[in-house]
Design a protein around this ligand. Structure first.
Ligand SMILES: [Zn+2]
Length: 321
């Protein structure tokens, strides 16, 4: 994990929490490295979740050389200035102050960020200088803008690239917009396209896989395209055009030193990843010097990113520093 030395040279111990829909993961992080970690299934009630997070932080940081100075919490929801905007799948109501609710259980400075931002911050750690835009593609599309190793979230949601408008007359998005990038292309849309081709009997390979009981996902659509399936190739090609248009908007708004494409679907040796790069070379602004990089998924990136965020916030809040 040497490449992810977010806090190299700073050995303040911080606790990181990755508060997900299924699992809660906690790590003790020092010097940009995870020194201990734990994972538990997320309890149902919010009260139990708070108690579990606090207990996990205590257990994970117990008997280390120093107590944790702060806690960084990444969770699946929009976070603005520490307040949860939307995080319904965890059971939070809009406007929840998670740090304040945790305080009676865990009296430590606690800093919140979106889980995709936490992952992006962890991923971007190997490029500590300049502006890095991280564009992640999993079930949805997410990301973050990182400047000189620190998150630049604006009021909170900057870098939520799934909501760049690509087609003004496109499908409605849960965010209230229409034609957002993640409504046009995401792991979810590619999986749905694979299933639709299989159900309509339009792809022998996908039909055979579906018949065998396999739940089709984006990778199956890529396999079909590689196998010479013209319909799968056309869907992926169209999706790559939409995705590249999103990258153009990122360059127009941030002109970053680099865009980091994160996620298995975007690997350069995949059908989709190759199509994105080819189309990007065709439509990139003539003046654009932004480099493209790819990183595979890394389960620890969210924890390292949350730790980095907490340490930076904590350090900035100390008088005289
Ligand atoms: Zn949207």
């Amino acid at each position: 994990m040497a490449d992810l030395a977010v806090d190299a040279g700073h050995d303040t111990l911080v606790a990181a929490v990755d508060w997900g829909g299924t699992w809660i993961r906690v790590a003790a992080v020092s010097g940009g490295r995870i020194v201990r970690k734990d994972r538990r299934a997320k309890p149902q009630s919010l009260a139990e979740q708070y108690a579990t997070v606090a207990d996990m932080v205590r257990q994970t940081t117990a008997h280390l050389a120093q107590p944790p100075a702060a806690v960084g919490v990444g969770l699946a929801g929009v976070i603005q200035e520490g307040i949860v905007g939307t995080a319904h799948n965890l059971g939070f109501t809009d406007g929840a102050d998670v740090a304040a609710a945790l305080r009676p259980h865990l009296p430590l400075p606690t800093y919140l960020l979106n889980d995709a931002q936490a992952t992006a911050l962890g991923v971007a750690a190997r490029w500590p200088h300049g502006t890095t835009a991280v564009l992640t593609m999993g079930t949805g599309i997410g990301g973050a803008v990182v400047k000189d190793g620190a998150l630049d979230p604006g009021l909170g949601a900057a870098g939520d690239f799934g909501h760049m408008v690509i087609a003004v007359d496109g499908p409605r998005c849960w965010c209230g917009g229409t034609g957002c990038l993640e409504q046009l292309v995401s792991g979810r849309t590619l999986a749905e396209a694979a299933r639709a081709l299989a159900e309509a009997g339009l792809s022998p390979l996908l039909e055979a896989r579906a018949r065998s009981g396999r739940v089709l996902h984006a990778g199956d659509l890529q396999d079909a395209a590689r196998d010479g399936d013209g319909r799968a190739a056309e869907i992926l090609g169209r999706s790559a055009v939409a995705f590249s248009a999103g990258m153009r908007t990122i360059v127009a708004t941030h002109d970053p030193h680099r865009i980091i494409l994160a996620g298995a679907t975007l690997a350069p040796d995949t059908w989709f990843g190759e199509a994105v790069r080819k189309h990007w070379d065709l439509i990139r602004p003539r003046w654009a010097r932004t480099e493209l990089h790819h990183v595979a998924e890394d389960g620890d990136a969210a924890l390292l990113g949350a730790a980095s965020y907490a340490r930076n916030k904590f350090t900035a809040a100390q008088p005289g520093l």
